[in-house]
Design a protein around this ligand. Structure first.
Ligand SMILES: [Fe+2]
Length: 462
């Protein structure tokens, strides 16, 4: 939908910078229009673990409340309840953000000086009250096998549909040490739609407060708006910048969204494909930075995460600029796996049977159609299937499983490290290809993601 069309539908809600918003869009959240649900209160909420500088000795956390000052408290986890007797306390100042849910203070802070491979408990303060104690384990300093979870776009009706996927993933892979996200966490795009963010945190729940989250920005995290002169501009959603941690190790012009993080012998590189697709210079800036980060990489495995696919899977899409600026570097420096989203289908592809494996996945209810070209060339594709990925990383093998929301294995393979540093891909399993179940295809899409909202009755069965 164009900005012009959206303007006709929606009303402006914030002064200065004219940001347009459809307040609590009934079809895209479980909150009916005019109902109150996710306003900030004197109790801390939206608590989330985020990467810090060194995973073995530090841990970042983000949270939100209605008050301007907060505290973060942590202690080595013990078997009894007397955690606070030996706890460290940090005073933290909030950042005020105005949304369609009113004012809220967002916090981010880091616990530093931690011991490696050690269980810690932490909590954050509201007004005269603390959150529950939550736990996390710091990383080891050396390579050690571990598992993680990956999620493609969540984006629409998050409470109704994304929560089921997160819970299924958590039940099946409770040992996951990290959770990775492809971007388009929310639909947003034209307004500060805080109910959507409330639903994202609701869906992630306590798991997100006990497992570090590595989050790439998608195009829907960028809000389109107009300044006083009527010029269109884009900026990252306030909730994204105010709460998610920047590691400040990316290119200067993209510090909020581009970074790398090393965890137990794996380098995770988070890129901003929206910036690259929309601005050639920012594709190049990221390529220059990538070269440094890849050429100086002591880790055993390297995984890149960003939003737009290098090789599109769904109909009518292509991002040649990513191939122009990034693909050669991924080949040259032997990136093992590239995790992407945006296309709302599943697709797994290794060009010419060598080099990085490119995977596109979808976590939420918006479902598109696989293009003929992708169907012909990709090793596995899928439509109309909510998926998460389980990665099991050991010294010489990287196992990848794509699992559906019902726990059904959809695709699995292993990358086996060879003596020359290359990987041999061994296929373990491929399910029969899932096709769109909708009887009527609208606008070349299977589902728009808004048909099965918890705030309205379902469409008639087709
Ligand atoms: Fe997207």
């Amino acid at each position: 939908m164009s900005l012009k069309a959206y303007k006709q539908m929606c009303r402006p809600v914030v002064g200065l910078l004219l940001v347009l918003s459809c307040v609590a869009s009934a079809s895209n959240t479980s909150v009916p229009e005019g109902k109150s649900r996710y306003q900030a209160t004197s109790f801390a909420d939206r608590i989330v673990l985020l990467p810090a500088t060194d995973a073995a000795s530090s841990q970042a956390v983000g949270w939100r409340s209605s008050i301007a000052q907060s505290q973060l408290q942590w202690a080595k986890a013990i078997d009894g309840p007397a955690l606070e007797l030996d706890a460290k306390t940090l005073d933290v100042k909030g950042t005020l953000v105005q949304t369609d849910n009113g004012p809220a203070y967002f916090y981010k802070a880091s616990m530093a000086g931690l011991q490696s491979d050690t269980l810690y408990a932490y909590r954050v303060k509201g007004e005269g009250n603390w959150s529950e104690w939550l736990q996390f384990r710091t990383a080891k300093t050396e390579f050690e096998p571990f598992s993680l979870l990956y999620f493609g776009d969540a984006q629409n009706n998050l409470k109704a549909h994304f929560s089921r996927l997160v819970r299924s993933a958590q039940q099946q892979v409770p040992q996951a040490k990290l959770m990775l996200h492809a971007g388009d966490l929310v639909n947003s795009r034209y307004g500060i739609l805080d109910h959507e963010w409330g639903e994202w945190f609701d869906a992630i729940g306590w798991v997100g407060a006990m497992t570090p989250q590595l989050i790439a920005a998608g195009n829907h995290e960028y809000l389109k708006s107009e300044n006083a002169k009527g010029e269109e501009r884009r900026e990252l959603a306030a909730q994204f910048t105010a709460q998610f941690q920047s590691l400040n190790n990316g290119p200067t012009s993209l510090q909020d969204t581009v970074f790398y993080h090393d965890y137990q012998g794996v380098r995770f590189i988070v890129l901003n494909s929206t910036a690259a697709v929309e601005d050639e210079n920012l594709a190049k800036v990221q390529a220059d930075w990538l070269k440094q980060v890849l050429s100086n990489n002591p880790n055993r495995w390297t995984i890149a995460i960003y939003h737009h696919p290098m090789f599109s899977v769904s109909l009518g899409r292509d991002n040649p600029r990513l191939r122009q600026y990034w693909q050669l570097l991924f080949d040259q420096y032997k990136v093992d796996l590239v995790l992407q989203g945006h296309d709302h289908v599943y697709g797994r592809y290794q060009p010419e049977g060598k080099g990085p494996v490119y995977m596109v996945s979808v976590a939420g209810p918006k479902m598109y159609l696989v293009s003929k070209q992708a169907r012909a060339k990709m090793a596995q594709v899928g439509e109309d299937t909510q998926l998460f990925q389980q990665l099991d990383i050991s010294e010489n093998q990287l196992k990848v499983k794509a699992i559906t929301v019902t726990g059904r294995l959809y695709d699995s393979f292993t990358l086996k490290r060879q003596s020359d540093g290359s990987n041999l891909l061994q296929q373990q399993f491929k399910a029969k290809i899932a096709h769109c179940s909708a009887k009527t295809i609208n606008d070349n899409k299977c589902w728009q993601g808004t048909e099965f909202s918890a705030a309205q009755s379902a469409p008639e069965k087709k």
